[in-house]
Write a protein of this length. Structure first.
Length: 208
């Protein structure tokens, strides 16, 4: 409920804005994470104490940027995200792999600081991503709803608003930490020691 109230507040801010833009945005990037524990090969022989994943992640959905003043604003939206993990370890004799896939509902909330540059705006932002896992699959089974999580991770962005008439093109680089992935409720699951997401995105927005 508290997340819903926060999103309603974000979408009500255009009433007080000097400028706001709404449209579509998408991003593609790299999810980097490590799964720690004791891992064995198919013959039951110990192989390693960690598995690493470096896989592509994708976002797409609605985006809203609200400028309360010329320099300070808020970005939010509602996005679908597809996150993939292939935890693997390879040595000269053994390979261990475990593939996981999640479909997510994502809500970014960024505070933004804008710097005028050549008639456009350089944007520096920081905030959070709210991530609700909609569905997931693991090796050999679908993840039950009771093990799907909703969590929040810190985020940062660096972007550049390019204005052409009423259109705004918004390329950006984004970093998010800690969202998504395996639930701690897996009793036999080792620990996920870190999850980092680095993404390049672009928004096509309309100035209202």
């Amino acid at each position: 409920m508290k997340y819903i109230a926060l999103v309603i507040l974000m979408f009500s801010l255009p009433c007080f804005a000097v400028e706001y833009n709404v449209g579509l945005a998408g991003a593609v990037g790299l999810g980097i994470s490590r799964w720690e524990g004791e891992f064995y090969n198919f013959e039951g022989v110990y192989v390693t104490d960690h598995l690493d994943s470096k896989e592509l992640v994708y976002h797409a959905g609605l985006d809203l940027s609200v400028w309360i003043t010329e320099a300070f604003g808020i970005e939010t939206g509602v996005q679908y995200g597809m996150y993939n993990y292939n935890y693997s370890y390879e040595s000269t004799t053994d390979t261990v792999e475990s593939e996981w896939n999640y479909d997510n509902l994502l809500i970014p909330i960024h505070l933004m600081y804008g710097i005028p540059v050549a008639g456009n705006r350089l944007v520096i932002g920081a905030g959070v991503y709210i991530c609700k896992e909609l569905s997931g699959s693991a090796p050999g089974f679908d993840i039950p709803d009771t093990l799907l999580m909703t969590n929040v991770g810190p985020a940062a962005l660096l972007g550049y608003e390019i204005h052409t008439g009423n259109l705004c093109i918004f390329p950006s680089f984004r970093y998010v930490n800690g969202i998504n992935g395996l639930s701690d409720q897996f009793a036999s699951s080792p620990n996920i020691s870190y999850k980092h997401y680095f993404m390049l995105g672009v928004g096509l927005l309309y100035n209202l």
